[in-house]
Design a protein around this ligand. Structure first.
Ligand code: URA
Length: 192
């Protein structure tokens, strides 16, 4: 099967998922979208209101910021793949809980296995924390110290993967002055 078909199978599993209680309040699962053949995957935190309604990741204000950032390095949404750590909206946009992350991330792992990216961009602290633990990265610190940093995922199976820490695009929705920092951080994508 081709990557797109494999992702469609995974998408269908997520659509039926009841592994945590978020299925009760979701309108739609937000599986992910983009180019399955890409080398760059962006992983955000969790769907918000707009994403839940439309079933599309980053389709609200944070998504507008993400598109500006992508175009600042010559990329479009369709060039990359965009998904989240968890696929259903937490009520009131609260932080994802440990158990939700534990139950949901096997789907993210399947997506990454299928796409096999060389670059994983963590959008925000929840995503960064997941990948720091996932790859046992030695870099340790908050998003405010690690943003813009490119890290090697490890050796062996993961030796070709770079992990990039980025602020969540929503920070520029609340504080437009942060756009410059975000744009500067995105420049590292050109270098790698
Ligand atoms: N914030 C996220 O982390 N993901 C989305 O899909 C939308 C907003």
């Amino acid at each position: 099967m081709r990557k797109k078909e494999l992702l469609d199978v995974c998408r269908e599993d997520v659509r039926k998922c009841k592994r945590c209680s978020l299925y009760k309040s979701r309108k739609n699962v937000v599986f992910g979208e983009g180019n399955p053949e890409t080398k760059i995957v962006f992983v955000g935190e969790a769907p918000g209101y707009n994403e839940d309604v439309k079933g599309i990741p980053f389709c609200g204000k944070a998504g507008d910021v993400l598109e500006i950032l992508l175009s600042s390095v010559g990329l479009k949404r369709g060039d990359v793949y965009i998904t989240n750590i968890i696929k259903c909206r937490p009520p009131e946009n609260r932080d994802p809980e440990e158990e939700e992350i534990k139950q949901c991330t096997p789907y993210l792992e399947r997506q990454l296995e299928i796409i096999s990216p060389s670059v994983i961009c963590c959008l925000g602290r929840h995503s960064l924390r997941y990948f720091v633990q996932r790859f046992s990265l030695k870099e340790y610190g908050s998003i405010s110290t690690l943003h813009g940093r490119v890290m090697d995922a490890g050796e062996g199976l993961f030796s070709d993967i770079k992990i990039v820490a980025m602020y969540h695009p929503a920070v520029a929705v609340y504080d437009p002055g942060k756009m410059d920092v975000l744009k500067r951080d995105f420049q590292v994508l050109k270098e790698i």
